[in-house]
Ligand binder design. Structure first.
Ligand code: GMT
Length: 401
């Protein structure tokens, strides 16, 4: 490695890993890939690495006060000629500038489109100046399953993946899907989504203080967290909840916002449950809100992983979800949650009613979910995988492996 980062080192963390300077690019607004990228940067910085976010706005889970974290805004100049300002080029330029100025060891981009192609351009620009900048692309889901398969994006997405110095996928499902759909032969490392189990945890005193804002004594509280895109099937959330509310005194907390919010509001009125639903929009403190609930609903059309369900599980909230994509790698049907076919709203409602009326089973599932999060998906297990992978990619780039 060229240099080691100078910075605050968290003494609780093992010393074996060499400190690195890492650039991270992601979509900084609401969305799972941005959440994972930001949480990863926070965890890496806490372990002493120097982290540089290169994004069009400050990632929403950053306070801006974290030690070892720097934020570099990508400003896109507009001009009347441009119907679509060339963000990808502005990003590539900023990546190259930051990498050279701060002597980054590595760039890690989240979501293939367009970030891997911008990173590729940055790497090429720097190569001309004798500067090395290997980059890793992490595939998150819709960059492969929806957007990437659009004919107009497919060839360039495939190119960006194949040109990356390292590629990770957030589930085995997504790795296989990428290989099949894009005919990619190169190595793809599976590093699953993670959760900080010290931050995402049910604290009884906080629940006692806050739950009354959303549900009365004797009522059950259900929750859904997403970006309200069609793939999340938020209308199914409302339908399942309406079925539950007919049988059990219950309320629903909807966290997030997006294109399907008004359709969900309309449906809530149609089913006459609008007074039982809290549309609370985008929230920064989901770690405080999730533990207030008894049950999470995630009836998505597709989830390459299902980070929202993992965050809920860490808080002791089991999920009723769909058996799609990478979800079965996290939720084991009947043990730490329940799985259904996409669109089976009657099945999901019946199961939710049964579970909410069976205190013992609900508690068992809640405990099993927390255990899964702690055993398999905690930052303490997953962040070292990223560190190890970074080191391998850097060594390989320098011909040391
Ligand atoms: O869910 C979305 O559409 C957002 C998307 C993203 O990339 O921002 O989420 C994907 O990445 C998350 C974090 O890795 C995963 O937990 C989600 O399962 C995945 N979403 C889909 O595959 C639909």
């Amino acid at each position: 490695m060229r240099t080691f980062a100078v910075g605050v080192r968290n003494d609780k963390i093992k010393d074996a890993v060499e400190l690195m300077k890492i650039g991270i690019t992601c979509y900084p607004t609401y969305g799972g890939s941005g959440v994972v990228a930001t949480e990863l940067g926070i965890e890496l910085a806490a372990r002493g690495h120097e982290v540089h976010f290169i994004t069009y706005s400050q990632p929403f889970r950053l306070t801006g006060r974290e030690a070892n974290i720097h934020f570099h805004e990508v400003a896109v100049t507009n001009y009347p000629l441009f119907e679509h300002p060339p963000y990808d080029l502005a990003l590539a330029t900023r990546m190259a500038e930051v990498a050279e100025f701060y002597e980054l060891h590595l760039l890690h981009v989240h979501y293939a489109i367009p970030h891997s192609v911008s990173a590729l351009l940055a790497r090429q620009m720097l190569a001309r100046r004798g500067v090395r900048l290997p980059f890793i692309t992490t595939l998150h889901g819709t960059d492969i399953t929806l957007v990437g398969l659009d004919r107009s994006y497919l060839p360039i997405t495939k190119f960006g993946i194949e040109e990356s110095d390292g590629v990770t996928a957030i589930s085995s499902y997504l790795r296989e899907r990428t290989r099949e759909a894009f005919d990619v032969a190169s190595e793809i490392e599976v590093i699953r989504n993670f959760v900080n189990c010290d931050v995402y945890v049910r604290k009884p005193e906080l629940v006692a203080a806050m739950r009354g804002r959303f549900a009365y004594e004797g009522e059950r509280l259900l929750v859904h967290l997403s970006n309200f895109r069609p793939v999340k099937r938020v209308q199914d959330v409302v339908k399942v909840f309406a079925g539950v509310a007919r049988a059990v005194p219950a309320r629903l907390m909807l966290i997030g916002d997006g294109p399907d919010r008004s359709a969900a509001e309309y449906l809530a009125r149609e089913y006459d449950v609008q007074d039982r639903i809290h549309f609370i929009g985008k929230q920064d403190n989901v770690n405080e809100l999730l533990p207030l609930a008894d049950l999470m609903l995630m009836p998505s059309e597709m989830e390459s992983f299902g980070l929202a369900a993992l965050e809920a599980m860490a808080c002791g909230v089991p999920s009723i979800a769909t058996r799609v994509g990478g979800v079965p790698e996290l939720i084991h049907d009947g043990e730490n949650g329940l799985l259904f076919s996409v669109g089976d709203v009657d099945g999901m409602a019946a199961a939710a009613i049964e579970l909410l009326q069976d205190e013992d089973r609900l508690r068992q599932m809640s405990e099993a979910g927390r255990k899964t999060a702690q055993t398999d998906f905690c930052t303490s297990q997953v962040i070292p995988m990223y560190e190890g992978y970074y080191e391998r990619v850097i060594r390989r780039d320098r011909g040391l492996e």
